[in-house]
Structure formats: C-alpha cells, structure tokens
Design a protein around this ligand. Structure first.
Ligand SMILES: NC(=O)c1ccc[n+]([C@@H]2O[C@H](COP(=O)([O-])OP(=O)(O)OC[C@H]3O[C@@H](n4cnc5c(N)ncnc54)[C@H](O)[C@@H]3O)[C@@H](O)[C@H]2O)c1
Ligand SMILES: O=P(O)(O)OC[C@@H](O)[C@@H](O)[C@H](O)[C@H](O)CO
Length: 490
C-alpha cells in the first residue's frame, strides 16, 4: 500500500507560506491546520502553513516524508446519529527542524509573505530559560526562539510597522499571548537589543490571548487497519478528534483579516475578553476530567467513555459539575448548563477513546488550576466543603501513592495492577515521601499544607477540609472507590 501523498495532492500547501506554526503535534494538526485548510477550500484564504519543531525531538522527518499531507478523522454523534467525517489536510507546505537547519527558520523571518505565528508548545513551552542567547542556533526555549526570529525580521525590514506578525498561541495557560510577549521582552532586555526593536515588538505585532476547545485523541493506533482499509493508503500522521471545536481569540479585531477563519463555520470567535469562556471550559470540561479520571482509573476504568457508561461514575461527574462547580461560576446559569450538557455528551462520544492515564499527566498542577478554584468557591458561597470535589482531591492523593523505581514512579490500582504516575520530579518525590507513612491523617495534613502546590495557599486552613480528606483516605483503605462514590451521590 502506498502513502497518502501518492494519491492526495498537496493542493493548498503550494500557496504562499503565510503562517509559521511552532509545534507539529496532534492538537494543532487536528484543529488549527484543519481550520486553515477549510478556509483555503472555501476560497476565503490563500496561504500555506510551515510547521516548525519547537524541540529537537519531533516529527519533521515523518511529516516531510508525506509532503505534509494527512487525514483528520472527526467522529461523534450529530443529531442523534453517529457521524465519522474524514478530511484530507493539504495546507502544510513543509516542517522545519531548526536543530538541523536554523537558517531555514531565519529565512522565514525575512519573508514578506509571512503574517501569522501559531503555537502549541504544551503548558511547559511558554517559559523563560536562563542562559538562552541570541547567537544560539537555535536558542532552546520557545520564547527565546521567537525573540531571535522577531529581531531577524525587524532588521530585515528596517523596523517596518507593516511587517509585524499576528501571534495566536493556543497553549492552555492563562493569558498565553501576554505571557509570550512578556518573556520575549525579557529576552530582548537581557540581550540588550535596541529600544527601537522593543518598541517595534510592542507596536507592530499583536499577541492575542486565545482559548481552544476540541478533544483530540491523536494517532489511532488500535484502528489503523480500519483507516487503511477505508482510505486505501498509508498515513503515519493521521489524527483523530471529536466533531466539536471552538477557538476564542482576544485581540484587536483589525488583525482578524490576516487569518479570516472566523468567516468559515469553524466556530472562531474574536472577543474583547476571553476570560469567561476560559473559566467555563477549564472549570467544567477540564475540571470534569480531573475530578473524576483519577478515581475512575484506580477503580479499574481505562478510558473516559467506559466510566461514563457506569451510572455511579456518571452521576458523580454530574454532581460535581451541576452542584459543586456551576454554583461557583458567575456566568448565566442557562449558558453554563447548556455547556455542561454538551460536555457530558462529548465524554460519552462512542468514537473517542480518551485514555485516563493520558489525562492524568501532571495532575498536581491540573487539580490546582481546574478543580481547586471550584472547591474553594463552593466553601465561600455555601459555607461548607463540597463532598464530591473533596473526594476528588482525596482520590488525587491516593493516585499519587507511588513507589519510586529507576524507570519512574508507580502506583497500584484496586485490582493490583501497576501504572506510572507522570508529573514533575519534585511532585513525585514529595508524594513518595509523605506516603512513606501509613497515617492517612498525616498524609492529608502534609499534602494540604504544601503551599507551593496550591498557589501559595495552606489548605489545612480551610475549615473542615483536612478532616474530610483524611476521612476519605482512611475509607479508601478498606472500601472500594465505587462504593464510596455511590454513597456520595445518594
Ligand atoms: N489533546 C487534546 O485534546 C487537547 C485539547 C486542547 C488542548 N490541548 C493541549 O495541547 C497540548 C499538546 O497536545 P497534543 O495532543 O498536540 O500533544 P503532542 O504530544 O502531539 O504535541 C506536543 C507538542 O508540544 C511540543 N513540546 C512538548 N514539550 C515542549 C516544550 N517543553 N517546549 C516546547 N515545545 C514542547 C512538541 O514538540 C509537540 O509539538 C497539551 O499540553 C494540551 O494542554 C490538548
Ligand atoms: O490535554 P491535557 O493533558 O492538558 O488535559 C486533558 C484533557 O482535559 C484535555 O485534553 C481536554 O480534552 C481538552 O482540553 C478539550 O479541549
């Protein structure tokens, strides 16, 4: 069987390279690149995307071997019926590896065609790294690469105000655009670049804050034969996702014309304030995941869909969302409930095999960002600690009860099987140490008072929380999680 590019031609990938994308991962290929392809297809845009590996290990060779052409399989339920929509994406021109050919990236900085920079470098990517220099080829951090890139562009066009770029970062951190700009300016100052450059960065370029929403499940390892049979070609970078998609962009709308994807039916919203959308999504959807996934995994489930078929876990999730999260959000209740209902349907998508262990990655910072604000909001509005979110916190502590080995840190499920706990080393070491005690009250106290995990807060000061968590941990010693949860949802 031949590869996809022998059959599907790179139609839009030969258009002028107007977009540079840092990140060649699943999410961007299933979301941004698909939207741009749609705009090209609809005839409202004429531009291709150059991908760039942000780190030295990556997919450039694999992507270039297929000339950037791949399929996206979007699957879900529409109007009550199962729907699988497979599209071929042909808007990628090539993928750069700046660790092998830095000059190719710099040449793009000097290109008059370039207008937009998109990025997804995970939550870890938009970060300052000491020691990066302008003369590095390339500098190691993503913001340092951007600073060097912008400086090259500034020099090439003599500081022309018309040659600034629109930045659309989609990393799931607060104020992603502001953060990227802040660190770029930090490097510019540290590298002693001229004041005129710094003012050009601020006036000629637009750094937007954006929020993305689509569940992307990546390469369909278990179903590759199905896709090869159906499509008739090989595709090493095929990607799968749900049907739902939303991109909210906070920025000066005058820039929207540089990438008019909001004119397609891609559900792209330009707004003056992304915050309410973000809060709604992070607290309900991501919070829904993080509050339930760890308990469900310990209890024996492997993917979201399976625990959604269990009435006990499904009701637990509903109780978390409707009774403990929604009352803490200051958005219209009807709007929140509509979003919550859609989330429930999305988690029950029969095509989406979203692995609980994948979602469990870095759960310490995820619990702090996604669930703790709801838990504390509940305490503030109701004057008592919530049952379910407190249980989620206890289940998170239980999930992090691991044994340290050379290959990593491993926990044990109720059925005795092992799993790897993936988080920062500092987090894993901390939990390994506190779990060396059998005293669950002590474990609860040490975890809750570790302020650096909880944005500086000492959670033992929240009245009733420590006792509740200690109680749940003690209960988990002799009862299974499902039965504890069954009691909570009565
Ligand atoms: N999968 C989803 O459903 C989904 C939905 C919305 C948002 N996201 C976010 O997208 C991110 C990436 O998800 P994905 O599914 O594309 O994963 P992926 O593993 O396919 O891609 C990760 C990308 O991030 C880059 N990267 C990794 N570590 C980096 C670092 N330290 N600095 C710079 N770049 C780095 C990699 O080079 C790669 O391009 C996740 O962190 C997640 O928060 C995912
Ligand atoms: O991708 P992560 O690891 O940050 O989080 C896991 C999920 O909560 C997340 O991927 C959601 O499915 C996604 O944010 C939906 O838009």
């Amino acid at each position: 069987m031949e590869f996809i590019n022998k059959t599907v031609k790179k139609v839009y990938g030969n258009y002028p390279e107007r977009i540079l994308q840092f990140g060649e991962g699943n999410f961007l290929r299933a979301f941004v690149d698909w939207m741009i392809d749609k705009a090209n297809r609809d005839g409202i845009y004429e531009g291709s995307i150059v991908l760039c590996q942000p780190i030295d290990r990556g997919m450039a060779d694999m992507i270039n071997a297929q000339e950037g052409v791949y399929s996206l399989a979007m699957r879900g339920i529409e109007n009550g019926k199962p729907l699988e929509r497979i599209e071929q994406i042909t808007s990628v021109s090539r993928c750069l590896n700046p660790y092998k050919d830095y000059e190719a990236l710099m040449a793009l900085a000097r290109s008059a065609d370039l207008e937009v920079i998109v990025s997804n470098t995970t939550e870890a990517g938009i970060a300052y790294k000491a020691g990066d220099k302008l003369t590095d080829t390339p500098p190691s951090s993503f913001p340092a690469k951007i600073t060097a890139f912008l400086y090259e562009r500034y020099k090439a066009f003599g500081g022309d105000q018309e040659r600034g770029l629109l930045f659309l970062p989609v990393e799931l951190i607060d104020n992603n655009g502001d953060e990227l700009k802040r660190i770029v300016l930090q490097y510019a100052a540290e590298w002693e670049l001229e004041e005129d450059f710094i003012s050009w960065v601020c006036t000629a370029n637009e750094f937007t804050n954006t929020l993305v929403d689509r569940i992307v499940t990546g390469y369909p390892r278990d179903q590759i034969e199905y896709f090869e049979d159906k499509l008739g070609w090989k595709d090493n970078i095929i990607v799968t996702s749900e049907l739902f998609h939303l991109w909210v962009i906070q920025g000066d709308e005058a820039w929207a014309e540089k990438l008019p994807i909001h004119k397609t039916d891609a559900n792209v919203i330009w707004t003056r304030d992304v915050t309410p959308y973000k809060k709604r999504k992070v607290r309900i959807l991501n919070g829904g995941h993080t509050s339930t996934v760890l308990a469900a995994y310990l209890a024996g489930y492997t993917i979201v869909l399976d625990f959604m078929k269990d009435d006990v876990f499904r009701s637990f999730l509903q109780k978390v969302i409707y009774e403990e999260v929604i009352p803490t959000l200051d958005l219209p209740r009807e709007e929140l409930e509509t979003f919550a209902a859609a989330v429930s349907d999305r988690f029950s998508n029969p095509y989406i095999k979203h692995k609980l262990l994948d979602i469990s990655l870095n759960s310490c910072s995820k619990f702090n960002a996604r669930c703790l604000p709801s838990l504390l909001g509940y305490v503030e509005t109701k004057g008592q600690v919530p049952d379910c979110l407190s249980f989620s916190l206890a289940a998170f502590l239980k999930f992090y009860q691991g044994q340290m080995r050379e290959e990593g840190c491993f926990g044990v499920r109720e059925d005795g099987t092992e799993y790897q706990i993936k988080d920062d080393k500092e987090v894993l070491d901390f939990f390994h140490n506190i779990w060396s005690s059998n005293d669950t009250s002590l474990v609860a106290r040490q975890a809750l008072s570790h302020t650096s995990f909880w944005s500086g807060r000492d959670l033992t000061k929240v009245e009733g929380l420590e006792e509740k968590i200690a109680g749940y941990l003690a209960e988990m010693e002799h009862k299974n999680i499902r039965s504890i949860i069954a009691n909570l949802i009565k």
